[in-house]
Ligand binder design. Sequence first.
Ligand SMILES: Nc1nc2c(ncn2[C@@H]2O[C@H](COP(=O)(O)OP(=O)(O)OP(=O)(O)O)[C@@H](O)[C@H]2O)c(=O)[nH]1
Ligand SMILES: [Mg+2]
Length: 201
Amino acid sequence: MYTLLSGLYKYVFQKDEYCILILGLDNAGKTTFLEQTKTKFSKNYKGMNLSKITTTVGLNIGTIDVGKARLMFWDLGGQEELQSLWDKYYAESHGVIYVIDSTDEERLAESKEAFEKMISSEVLEGVPLLVLANKQDVENCMSVPDIKTAFSDCAPKIGKRDCLVQPCTALTGQGVNEGIEWMVKCVIRNIHRTPRQKDIT
Ligand SMILES: Nc1nc2c(ncn2[C@@H]2O[C@H](COP(=O)(O)OP(=O)(O)OP(=O)(O)O)[C@@H](O)[C@H]2O)c(=O)[nH]1
Ligand SMILES: [Mg+2]
């Protein structure tokens, strides 16, 4: 009887946990996106003033529940000297959100270089990849087709993993729900195909 009840309790209340990395160059809008996500998906979360967010030195952590899935986000600092820390988190992650500043054409090549390096890691093979073309509220910013064209030669390295390029405005929340819902769907589908280190040990 106890086993039956505890099984039922687990079925109803226990969440499947997934770790999602948020990566991209400094100033791309990663922390703003995380705050906006927490505000949208957590009922009692009183979001912080987005204009008060400063550059991340280290990491920010956030958790949201979407249905039976619990997503734990690790938002890492994007400054050049901090990028060398990204790969320490790869083995544990079930999904990657890569944020691009669509207003910064000058740094697009630098962003692509960091992106290519990240997707070249064998540890991330098969892990779903959500690319956010952020800051779409700014007039004359690069569009999703512009960014897809600039990143087109990354396609062989992306390979067969799930990948979506989503227009987004982290400041207002536009595109946030669509991106998160896509990620949840993909990580649930992918967990049996590409188990992560934490699921095995
Ligand atoms: N116009 C506009 N500005 C944005 C948007 N998202 C973020 N920003 C601004 O971009 C700047 C950087 O945002 P952050 O969220 O701190 O960027 P980050 O990627 O976390 O940067 P690091 O922590 O240094 O890696 C801030 O001034 C934000 O207000 C957006 O959708 N539109
Ligand atoms: Mg940050």
